[in-house]
Write a protein that binds this ligand. Structure first.
Ligand code: HEC
Ligand code: HEC
Length: 91
């Protein structure tokens, strides 16, 4: 039996359409809005530190009973700097 050419072409078109759709979806994704690490005396020293190293210090001030507790609805907070980017890092 001959391969069904129309079907093959149709599947190819569908495949390209699906890829285009996924691409456009990612392209239009909203920009990241999570607050960046501030440039101030509290945070400046973390700018050039390794992420894991820096994250050891966050809790000193951002623990629930410290000077700058996290908001109540804060998302899971393992690895602060994956979400709160520093300036030199790309969005
Ligand atoms: C010495 C205390 C201290 C340490 C250590 C510290 N912070 Fe902060 N942080 C503060 C204070 C105080 C504020 C609130 C005042 C402000 O917005 O500057 C703040 C605010 C923030 C904000 C909110 C900025 C905004 O735009 O609202 C983020 C994000 C943040 N800190 C992340 C971190 C991360 C991540 C670490 C660990 C690498 C860290 N902080 C370590 C004291 C600290
Ligand atoms: C999964 C991503 C994620 C992680 C991990 C994370 N955060 Fe956040 N954080 C957010 C989001 C989202 C918000 C609220 C929206 C915003 O930042 O404007 C927020 C808010 C904050 C705020 C308040 C900012 C403001 O404008 O009031 C501080 C301070 C903060 N985070 C510190 C930390 C610290 C310290 C850690 C690590 C212990 C941490 N975050 C880990 C996503 C994250």
């Amino acid at each position: 039996m001959k391969p069904d050419r129309t079907k093959v072409i149709l599947y190819n078109i569908l495949f390209v359409a699906a890829c285009t759709g996924i691409f456009l979806f990612l392209w239009n994704a909203p920009p990241e809005t999570t607050a960046r690490l501030p440039h101030d005396s509290n945070h400046e020293r973390f700018m050039d530190m390794g992420k894991k190293e820096a994250e050891k210090y966050c809790n000193k001030c951002h623990a629930p009973d410290a000077i700058a507790p996290l908001p109540k609805d804060h998302p899971p907070k393992y690895r602060c700097l994956f979400c709160h980017k520093r300036d030199q890092e790309k969005m």
